[in-house]
Design a protein around this ligand. Structure first.
Ligand SMILES: NC(=O)c1ccc[n+]([C@@H]2O[C@H](COP(=O)([O-])OP(=O)(O)OC[C@H]3O[C@@H](n4cnc5c(N)ncnc54)[C@H](OP(=O)(O)O)[C@@H]3O)[C@@H](O)[C@H]2O)c1
Length: 160
């Protein structure tokens, strides 16, 4: 089962110059708690931006680069990654960046979105547009940090 997890601004802003736009402490805690002990799948740019394997999770990076880290499994073929890692009932998390969200958005049953009530005109990458009517939404928590309001929301695809 494929889930996406991302923190996005009002216009779907995801990142700027290969970094996050907003650094929200409680969002990091929520991300860790949600993904812990699961597979996390990320693109090379996101891996570079994080700089290391995420502990207590199976880290799978999609890339043509060689990564010398025994805690990371690398695939250069997305179809092979899907067949070998995602063909399971176990919940697997796509954790970015934009290129992976775009590829997996229509394959995911669940989106864990942190909806941030702020915008960033200088953002360089965006989350794909989704149709609200395709999902049931559950607001998990409303938060505020340094004057920025944000909500943890789970979007669950309505089976047709
Ligand atoms: N707000 C959030 O929740 C969130 C979460 C994650 C990331 N981000 C942000 O997103 C940005 C990065 O996103 P991005 O789209 O630039 O990069 P990305 O998706 O992290 O990585 C792109 C790279 O992944 C590899 N890749 C992607 N698709 C592939 C395919 N089909 N086959 C083989 N390799 C493939 C390629 O690596 P190679 O060049 O090695 O081939 C490609 O250059 C950063 O700003 C980051 O901070 C935000």
């Amino acid at each position: 089962m494929i889930s996406l997890i991302a923190a996005i601004g009002k216009n779907g802003e995801l990142g700027k110059d290969n970094d996050l736009v907003w650094h929200l402490k409680d969002d990091m805690v929520y991300f860790r708690k949600t993904t812990l002990n699961h597979k996390v799948i990320l693109g090379y740019n996101t891996y570079k931006s994080i700089g290391k394997a995420l502990p207590q999770r199976k880290n799978i990076v999609l890339s043509h680069h060689k990564i010398n880290d025994e805690n990371i499994t690398v695939y250069n073929d997305i179809k092979e990654l899907e067949a070998k890692e995602l063909n399971t009932e176990e919940e697997c998390f796509i954790i970015g960046g934009a290129s992976l969200y775009n590829y997996f958005i229509n394959k995911a049953d669940k989106l864990y979105l942190t909806l941030i009530e702020d915008s960033c005109p200088l953002a360089t990458v965006y989350f794909p547009k989704i149709l609200n009517e395709d999902y049931n939404k559950e607001i998990i928590e409303n938060k505020e940090e340094n004057g920025i309001k944000y909500d943890f929301v789970i979007f669950e695809r309505i089976k047709k």
